[in-house]
Structures are given as C-alpha cells and as structure tokens.
Design a protein around this ligand. Structure first.
Ligand SMILES: Cc1cc2nc3c(=O)[nH]c(=O)nc-3n(C[C@H](O)[C@H](O)[C@H](O)COP(=O)(O)OP(=O)(O)OC[C@H]3O[C@@H](n4cnc5c(N)ncnc54)[C@H](O)[C@@H]3O)c2cc1C
Length: 460
C-alpha cells in the first residue's frame, strides 16, 4: 500500500467558515485538516462525547473499547495524522500474535504469517499449496487495494464463498476465509465481497499493530482538543443556499438553530446521510439505501488474573463452534486496558447471533457469553475470576460491501459533484474501518478547500 500526500494542499481564504456534522474519526480528521488550512471550523455532534464508533469506556480500572479495537501498521493515513496532530507519544506497538482455533488447539501467528501458515499445523499440505493462489491474487491487487478507493478493484467483487469455490478449497474456506469475514467484519462470508478479505489479508495479517494505553478514544479526543466541537447539537438538514450552505440543528434544550457556512462536511453513518441532505445525488442515495451494515454485540470480562494465552485475538471458526466467534485478549492488545496483573477478555459474536441477542437484557447476554466461553474450554476456571462485565451494542457496526456493490459505489461516486460545497465523509466509501473514515475525511477536506478557493478566485 502506498503512502499518499497529506491533505489538504490548496491555499485557503482566511477565516471562511465550515461546519462539520459528526465528531467521529471521519468528521474530526476533516475538521483538523481544514482548520490547519486556515478555515474557521465548528464540529456539530449530537451526543455528549466525540469518537462515535471509536470510543473507550472506563469501568473500575478497565478500559473497554466499545467500537473499533485493532489498528494495523498499514494504517498509513492514521499514522500521519497522529504525527501531524502531535499525538505520537500516545501510541506504541501493540500485541501482534493472533491465533486460529482448530480441534481445541490455538495455532498462533504473528508478523511472519505467510511463512508460519506454510509451516504450522493449521492447514493440510494440499491447502498450503492452494494458499499460494490467494497470495498471488492478493499480490496482483496490492497496489490498487487501499483505504481510499474501493472502486479500483472491480474484478474482486465476488462473494468470499464464490471465490473460495473457484480458487481455494473447503479447508481454506473453513479455517481462513470464514473466520476473517466473521471476525473482522462480523459478516457471513456468503454475503461479503472478497475485496474485504483481500484487504484483511494484505493490510491486517502478517503486519504489526499499534495502539494507545489511553484506549482507542485517544485519537478522536486528541483531535477534538484542538477543535471547536459543539456537543448535543443534532443536525436535521444541510442544504445549498444562495449565500452558502444552510445547516439546521437543535441543541440539547430543543432550541432551533440555522447557520450559514461556506461549506459543510457530512460525517455521519451511511444510513443517516439521506435524511440530512435532501440534495444528495440519486445514485448516492440508492447506493446508501442498499448498503447493509453488520451488527455487533460483544461482552467484556474484567478478570482478577490474566489467562496465560499470549494471543491478542483468537479466531474461532464456525466449523469449530456454532456460528463462529472472535475472542480478544485486550490486556495483550495494549497496555492500560486492565489494572496491573489483571486481564480483560472480550467475546464478539457475528451479525446473526448479535441480532438474535441484541434486545436481551445485559444479564442474559452475559450469561450467554459465559456459556459460550465455558463450552469452548479455552480458559478453565474463568467464571471464578470475573470481577467486571460490560455489554456493548453496535448497530450500525460496519458497512458490508456485498458482491456487486463496487459497481454501485462507482456510479455513486461518479454522481457526486466534485465542486459541491457539501461533501459526504464516511467508512461507506471503502472498507468499514477507522482508517477508511479518516482517509475519507482528509479527502473531503482537500476537495472542499479546492472548491472554496476556486469560488473565491472567481468572485475576486
Ligand atoms: C464493534 C466495532 C468494531 C470495530 N472494529 C474496528 C477495528 O478493529 N479497526 C478499525 O479500524 N475499525 C473498526 N470498526 C469500524 C470503525 O469504528 C468505523 O468504521 C469508524 O469509526 C467510523 O467512523 P465515522 O466517523 O465514519 O462514523 P462514526 O464513528 O459513527 O461517527 C459519526 C458521528 O456522527 C454523530 N452523528 C450522527 N448523526 C448526527 C446528527 N444528525 N447530528 C450531529 N451528529 C451526528 C454520531 O454521534 C457520531 O459521533 C469497528 C466498529 C465497530 C462498531
């Protein structure tokens, strides 16, 4: 994956006002870049905190990442933003061992994954030979596949299942493709485009990871400290007017506001964009209305003692356990997640199991998670060591590019007017991830700066 130049580069007319809707990582990265370019930026956020799906809760000395958790070193856009915002001291290398469960044994891998896959006992010799096909296919796409533009890889737009039937075998599907699909995207591989697995294979496996002892919220919080963010400000509409972009929102007391700005970035989750932006092009509206999102329910257990397992993440294939699971040993992922000597373990269910349990009480959900953990038998005596539990619910979780949707996305992106003063930002332009949202925010900042500079020149 290639590093791209930082955004934005266009000169800016001093003091022009820009409103950003949404203080998730997408909106904050756009706001940060625009403010640096000289614009007067205000971020409107409906809740009482920044970060959206990149958020950390503190409970009794445990730090629980309720949304995103993993940051691979391949997130070059994020690493550059961290540097530019002066937040480098907040991050450090994070645990990079992950395990795949087969027949009760955890097969562990790290940075040298491709080599280890060939020597480990996870796969048969026949599958190891077939694996070279996946490596060759991913290698062919590696210069085009990235976090900024999914439309560059149209030939990869088939379901994971169809790809595995065509190029791999059942064992590789069961022990590699399905767990990657279920654990990284919480999605069934039958419904997920293979592009996602290519990206997981090239950008998240066999690479290092980084993280912050402060929790994932370090980045949104660090950016927000440098910005003007108005909480409890729920935006209802964004429309182009004669004098600029008109944004209507209500504050926490129900007071109605109408503000005009030179430009606006809309950085809310895909399903919410249509309701805010009446002038959104039809192809974009159609793409977003068809785009599905995963649902994620996960349960974190604070443990009085750390399990000996060295992995950060354990992939539990559905061949090994009904429905499949993901297990994160958060204390191995980054320091600061659990008090000294204690452990933090999180169980993630895939979408269909999450949906089944989503509305159940926290007690029922926790009991279900404990049953799953006991049946798996990886952590004997676990229930005696639990001193804290936290249930996290995320809906919408991450956008799922289904087979065929790259063509729809291509049409949607083409329909966007690149000189518009309203620019949408989100993880729905690429792979549902913090880095995709961030890259989209930076791209929007560049585009808006170019548009506003051009409009200013035309006026003078
Ligand atoms: C459980 C889970 C696990 C994940 N794991 C990972 C991972 O390991 N690694 C990774 O990179 N990514 C992961 N992701 C994906 C990643 O978290 C998201 O893709 C990314 O954070 C999206 O950022 P965003 O800014 O586009 O949207 P959001 O974070 O959703 O931010 C949108 C913001 O807009 C606000 N808003 C909404 N409507 C309005 C309105 N009308 N007016 C004002 N404000 C509004 C919201 O309150 C929110 O703060 C995970 C996500 C989840 C849920």
């Amino acid at each position: 994956m290639k590093d791209r130049p930082a955004a934005p580069t266009a000169p800016s007319p001093a003091g022009q006002r820009i409103l950003v809707v949404g203080a998730g990582i997408g909106g904050l990265s756009a706001a940060f870049r625009l403010q640096r370019a000289g614009y007067a930026v205000t971020v409107l956020e409906s809740t009482d905190h920044v970060g959206g799906r990149m958020w950390t809760e503190e409970m009794g000395g445990y730090r629980i990442d309720t949304g995103a958790a993993l940051l691979p070193d391949s997130y070059s856009e994020m690493r550059r933003l961290i540097r530019d915002a002066g937040l480098t001291d907040d991050v450090q290398p994070s645990g990079d061992i992950y395990g795949f469960l087969r027949d009760g044994t955890v097969h562990r891998f790290g940075k040298r994954l491709p080599l280890r896959l060939l020597t480990s006992g996870l796969l048969s010799t026949g599958s190891k030979v077939r694996l070279l096909r996946l490596a060759a296919d991913a290698h062919r796409l590696k210069d085009r596949i990235g976090f900024r533009d999914l439309t560059l890889v149209p030939e990869a737009d088939e379901s994971c299942t169809a790809y595995a039937d065509r190029r791999l075998n059942q064992e590789l599907f069961d022990y590699l493709i399905e767990p990657l699909s279920t654990n990284y995207y919480f999605a069934p591989p039958e419904e997920l485009s293979m592009t996602h697995v290519y990206l997981a294979a090239t950008a998240a496996l066999g690479t290092g990871y980084f993280n912050s002892p402060k929790g994932m919220v370090f980045l949104p919080r660090g950016l927000a400290e440098r910005l003007d963010v108005r909480h409890h400000s729920t935006v209802h509409s964004v429309e182009e007017g004669d004098d600029g972009v008109v944004v209507r929102y209500t504050d926490h007391q129900g007071g109605e506001h109408r503000e005009t700005a030179a430009g606006c970035v809309i950085a809310v989750p895909g399903p919410k964009v249509s309701g805010l932006w009446p002038g959104m092009p039809a192809a974009m509206r159609s793409y977003l209305s068809r785009l599905r999102y995963s649902t994620c329910l996960h349960v974190s257990f604070g443990l009085s003692e750390r399990p000996a397992e060295p992995s950060t993440w354990i992939f539990v294939p559905r061949r090994e356990y009904p429905g499949g699971l993901g297990l994160c040993l958060d204390h191995n992922r980054a320091p600061g997640r659990a008090p000294r000597g204690k452990g933090l373990l999180t169980l993630y269910w895939p979408t269909h199991l999450s949906e089944d349990l989503y509305d159940a009480s926290d007690e029922d959900v926790t009991a279900h998670a404990l049953r799953d953990l006991e049946r798996l038998g990886l952590f004997p005596g676990l229930s005696r060591r639990i001193e804290m539990t936290r249930v996290s619910r995320c809906r919408p979780c991450v956008p799922l590019t289904h087979p065929g949707s790259i063509a729809e996305l291509t049409e949607a992106v083409r329909s966007l007017d690149r000189t518009s003063r309203i620019v949408p930002v989100g993880d729905y332009f690429s792979f549902g991830s913090t880095n995709a949202a961030l890259a989209s925010g930076e791209q929007a900042a560049t585009q808006l700066a170019v548009t506003l500079t051009g409009a200013d020149r035309a006026r003078s």
